[in-house]
Design a protein around this ligand. Structure first.
Ligand code: ADP
Ligand code: MG
Length: 128
């Protein structure tokens, strides 16, 4: 099993940075391009959510991303310590991000830890 963790202050710049960091790391473990692209799309949506929704009104907070490669499975976990996931009336997004991520990942679990925030775990199956 191989695993890597990134921690960043929530901010728009972190979306492409984390997406690329995760893709580079996973690519280093011989994952095919098709899966990398799909995974990057899902990671982008979920990290964007943490940036856009977890810390509203300019609040500061961290985002932690953990990528794990184990056998045929690649798991990406995106954790924030924000307000927790709840429907947001008038969200600036199109409201499709979680749906897209859920369609791409073989498994997706969204949890609300007792101490607050949102913990999203996505598992992708590699074929090559
Ligand atoms: N990390 C998060 N923290 C707080 N709320 C979240 C988080 N992720 C998702 N949400 C909530 O779930 C809703 C749906 O997310 P999503 O499907 O990506 O749609 P969109 O981001 O376009 O609104 C968001 O509008 C927001 O209310
Ligand atoms: Mg979204």
């Amino acid at each position: 099993m191989a695993s890597h963790l990134w921690k960043a202050k929530a901010g728009a710049d972190e979306v492409p940075r984390l997406r690329h960091a995760v893709a580079d790391y996973v690519a280093g473990h011989g994952v095919c391009n098709r899966l990398l692209e799909d995974m990057s799309l899902a990671v982008s949506e979920v990290v964007t959510n943490a940036v856009l929704h977890a810390y509203p009104h300019g609040a500061e907070g961290d985002i932690v991303v953990v990528a794990t490669v184990e056998g045929d499975e690649v798991t990406v976990r995106v954790v924030d310590e924000g307000i927790g996931t709840a429907p947001r009336i008038g969200s600036p997004g199109a409201g499709l991000g979680l749906l897209i991520a859920g369609r791409i990942a073989q498994r997706m679990v969204v949890e609300h830890p007792l101490h607050g925030g949102t913990d999203v775990r996505m598992t992708f199956l590699r074929t090559g």
